[in-house]
Design a protein around this ligand. Structure first.
Ligand SMILES: Cc1cc2nc3c(=O)[nH]c(=O)nc-3n(C[C@H](O)[C@H](O)[C@H](O)COP(=O)(O)OP(=O)(O)OC[C@H]3O[C@@H](n4cnc5c(N)ncnc54)[C@H](O)[C@@H]3O)c2cc1C
Length: 357
């Protein structure tokens, strides 16, 4: 049993100051203070001895639960709004259904009722070696090595991995936020700042214990979605070992826009389950812009998105799975037939019927 202090913050400033103080007190170690939101990830990790914070700062009473329209037409999602509240919100469903779909693809209704947006963004990897304290893991215990290298790698990264870490980011929500060009609002000892979602999560490099670019004692207060209506052409396609209650082997979020002639005027694609962060490749998206959304072009886009992919044996299949998933997801989005998260059979895109992938 690890002893820890439990503190309940009354406001954002106090939460940040308590975190700053706890970090300073535990200067010798990294990350010994943790914010507690829904607890669906952090408490599990504490029970498993993977995380042992010296101070838990409960942020659940902070006024960060609202989902509200912004003056510029965007939408602000409070960090403490639950995943269920976010997925079910009428404006999210109407304008950003890819986000609703991605959240609904994950976990269970009970978990989504407890899990918060801030916690979802900051959830830790599901790498089995990160969880298994009997094995080395540079993310859990810096400098000990990586148990996955030479181990069981079915769930592991095929893009952006390093010699120190091959873990993936498990969040479905983050993949949808990536295609919406969301911005993460944070408050820390130096004040407020906004981090583009693309820069929020990071690749492991030689510091795999750092999942993201959040500074010490910084608290996520909200996620802002830019104005836009992404309801006509979108999908969130999640492929996994079970049809529900499982993390993605590969997932694909797509939003796109078409002009009157049917050409793509905008397209954004992000992959989940394949890297330490949601994976976007602007050069691949550019291949589709201005073109007709058809299978040969989708194949080119998939090839470009997966350039440099490298597997480790058990996860070799992921490269081909990702290629097919990108092609299928683009077909779904282009045809306006998004993947259902209730009927989990993989939906075909209109132009996919002739030649199933
Ligand atoms: C059985 C199971 C299945 C799951 N399946 C899926 C799935 O398929 N897809 C998926 O995406 N997720 C899945 N999850 C993960 C789930 O979505 C996360 O556990 C949840 O979103 C975390 O939110 P929370 O509020 O409970 O965070 P907590 O557990 O309270 O916190 C998680 C981390 O975030 C930090 N944190 C929390 N709030 C903030 C904040 N405002 N600012 C900065 N840091 C913060 C905490 O310090 C901690 O490090 C699953 C979880 C379980 C237990």
């Amino acid at each position: 049993m690890n002893r820890f202090d439990y503190r309940r913050a009354a406001d954002v400033a106090q939460a940040v100051s308590l975190a700053g103080q706890a970090m300073a007190d535990a200067a010798a170690s990294t990350g010994r203070a943790r914010f507690l939101a829904g607890g669906t990830n952090l408490v599990d990790l504490m029970k498993e001895d993977v995380e042992a914070p010296l101070t838990l700062i409960d942020v659940n009473r902070l006024p960060l639960r609202a989902i509200e329209e912004l003056a510029d037409g965007g939408l602000r999602l409070g960090a403490l709004a639950t995943n269920a509240e976010t997925a079910d919100h009428p404006l999210v469903r109407a304008r950003y259904p890819v986000l609703s779909s991605a959240i609904l693809s994950g976990a269970t209704r009970q978990l989504r009722n407890a899990a918060t947006n801030g916690g979802n963004l900051n959830q830790r990897t599901r790498c089995c070696y990160f969880y298994d304290t009997a094995t080395p893991c540079n993310k859990r215990a810096p400098g000990t090595g990586c148990g996955a290298l030479g181990g069981f790698t079915r769930m592991h990264a095929i893009l952006g991995a390093s010699a120190d870490c091959v873990a993936t980011n498990p969040s479905d929500m983050a993949v949808a936020l990536a295609v919406l060009d969301a911005r993460v609002r944070v408050t820390g000892p130096q004040g407020e700042r906004t981090i583009p979602l693309a820069d929020y999560h990071r690749l492991p490099g030689d510091q795999p214990w750092r999942d993201n670019t959040l500074g010490a004692a910084e608290l996520v207060t909200a996620v802002d979605l830019p104005a836009g209506d992404f309801s006509a052409h979108y999908t969130y396609l999640k492929l996994r070992d079970r049809l529900s209650y499982a993390f993605a082997l590969v997932s694909v979020a797509v939003v796109l826009a078409r002009d009157d002639a049917g050409r793509c005027t905008d397209v954004r694609i992000a992959l989940g389950g394949v890297a330490h962060k949601p994976w976007r490749v602007p050069a691949a998206e550019a291949l589709l812009r201005g073109g007709m959304p058809e299978r040969p072009l989708f194949e080119q886009v998939a090839a470009r998105m997966l350039e440099g992919a490298a597997a480790l044996g058990d996860n070799d299949f992921k490269i081909e799975l990702a290629r097919r998933a990108i092609v299928r997801a683009l077909g779904q989005a282009a045809s306006g037939r998004p993947q259902s998260q209730t009927d989990k059979r993989i939906a075909a895109g209109a132009d996919m019927n002739a030649e199933p992938t």
